[in-house]
Design a protein around this ligand. Structure first.
Ligand code: SF4
Length: 476
């Protein structure tokens, strides 16, 4: 999971990019980067948060009316500066690129680039492969007179060669801004527009919340495989691209995306409230009678409020979160994750003491965070703790850009419901069901692979085995 933005208009776009990236910081905290184009590419990237990487002096250098930004959450390649995005190539034409997702035929593509085009990628970041495949296709066209149709053909060929989940934004030097998604449309990408006296300004972003800050209007999501190209005269061109069955990542709505974002025409906050309401019947069926509902801040909030409303009992804030410590789910190592949880949350004793508490979290991955939360609530005086997961049991890893864990680390892949409940130490455990989730999303074809093991992209199982093998070897 990463956050990407791209803007083109009639003014210097660097401030739009940096503000956009700040609003997408929750999607990645490992590195941040910006590239703009004026005569040549101006690039600045570094490790850490947007506010740590960029200073005012950088903005003077990052000139141009077109540019891209990226915040990185490492899923492919090591977490070092070399792998930070954006990437660019300057010969035989200039192209810069950012992406969010994960290429699943990574090894095959590296070999193909080397054997077919004599290109040896310099990094272990999969974006470099997308960039070179696209460049190798566009180079087949008349570079002196690149037309939108040429770009669409090059992207379509790229989409057929590159497997996996990817939303991409690119600047083609002296030509325009390009955006496309993988054929299944797994990762989100939205188009925004701002109308001014001088004409329309356009932007692409992982999430619409970014546009709210900038005064852009959300136009729409990119469909699975869709390509949008905005030329230097700010004319918009679209193509269906290479399209397969849509499989939007359901976890964007459960956990990843910001609550104020509208993705796939659904407000994320409202979807989470519905997920919470759906949990009420399961709580009742289990014979549970909580006094209050609390959330694990902050991604459990809307589901908790939906559950409390449906049960007719109060929602209370049971934890205070220290927002200056990163999200536990995306901290790289297990030890770091545990440390983050310990420092991040503090229960409010007066709220939970003497109460039967239903605590709602977005999901249960390894179970270590849930266990710590239950323990904190008991120590704070809760008489009973019912752990409620807004997501169904996660039984399979994600190979599309979410570094959840390998199968053996996912608690629900090997333990029964009762065993999980015992492990986390709760008095009861309630999960969302896949059937209810699919009913809620019956009009939006989604990827549910981390709950079902049915991966939408061909050969995903092969990559999964390779990743698991590598990790097992690294651990040994
Ligand atoms: Fe999203 Fe899960 Fe599919 Fe990964 S496997 S894309 S997290 S739904």
């Amino acid at each position: 999971m990463c956050g990407i933005v791209g803007f083109t208009g009639n003014h210097n776009v660097v401030y739009d990019i940096v503000l956009g990236l700040t609003s997408l910081q929750h999607r990645g905290q490992d590195a941040a980067g910006i590239v703009t184009f004026k005569d040549y590419f101006h690039l600045k990237k570094g490790l850490g948060l947007v506010s740590q990487v960029f200073e005012e002096r950088h903005f003077k250098r990052l000139q141009g009316n077109i540019g891209l930004g990226h915040v990185r959450y490492t899923t492919q390649g090591s977490n070092d500066l070399q792998n930070a995005q954006p990437f660019s190539a300057n010969y035989p034409f200039g192209v810069a690129m950012v992406h969010n997702g994960n290429v699943t035929n990574f090894k095959e593509l590296r070999n193909k680039l080397y054997h077919d085009y004599h290109i040896l990628p310099e990094t272990s970041n999969d974006l470099e492969l997308i960039l070179y495949v696209f460049a190798s296709e566009l180079i087949k066209k008349d570079l002196k007179d690149i037309q939108p149709a040429d770009i669409f053909e090059a992207v379509k060929a790229t989409q057929q060669i590159v497997k996996g989940a990817y939303s991409v934004i690119a600047v083609i030097a002296n030509h325009g801004l390009l955006a496309f998604t993988d054929p299944h449309g797994i990762r989100p990408l939205v188009l925004g527009r701002q109308d001014s006296k001088e004409g329309s300004l356009y932007g692409f972003a992982s999430e619409s919340a970014c546009f709210d800050y900038l005064g852009y209007e959300l136009v729409r999501d990119l469909e699975a495989g869709e390509i949008i190209y905005i030329d230097n005269n700010l004319r918009l061109h679209t193509s269906d691209g290479y399209r397969l069955e849509k499989a939007f990542c359901i976890f964007e709505h459960i956990y990843f995306a910001r609550e104020d974002s509208i993705i796939q025409q659904r407000l994320v906050a409202a979807e989470r409230v519905k997920m919470g309401r759906m949990l009420a019947n399961k709580v009742k069926a289990a014979g549970l009678q909580p006094d209050i509902v609390i959330d694990v801040p902050t991604s459990g909030y809307f589901a908790a409020s939906g559950l409390a409303e449906a049960l007719g009992i109060p929602y209370r804030r049971g934890f205070v979160k220290n927002s200056f410590i990163g999200r536990s789910f995306i901290s790289p190592t297990q030890k770091e994750r545990e440390e983050v949880v310990k420092k991040k949350l503090n229960p409010i004793k007066a709220v939970v003491k003497g109460k039967r508490v239903a605590v709602v979290d977005d999901s249960i991955v390894r179970g270590t965070t849930s266990k710590r939360i239950v323990k904190m609530l008991r120590n704070a005086g809760a008489t009973e703790v019912y752990f409620i997961s807004a997501a169904p049991p996660i039984t399979n890893p994600c190979v599309y850009g979410i570094d959840m864990a390998i199968s053996t680390e996912l608690i629900a892949s090997s333990k029964t419901h009762e065993e999980i409940c015992n492990y986390i130490g709760s008095d009861a455990l309630v999960y969302q069901t896949i059937e209810d989730l699919q009913q809620l999303y019956k009009t939006l074809p989604c990827c549910y692979a981390c709950f079902t093991g049915k991966y939408p992209v061909e050969d995903s199982d092969k990559l999964l085995s390779e990743i698991e093998q590598e990790r097992m070897e690294a651990k040994a």
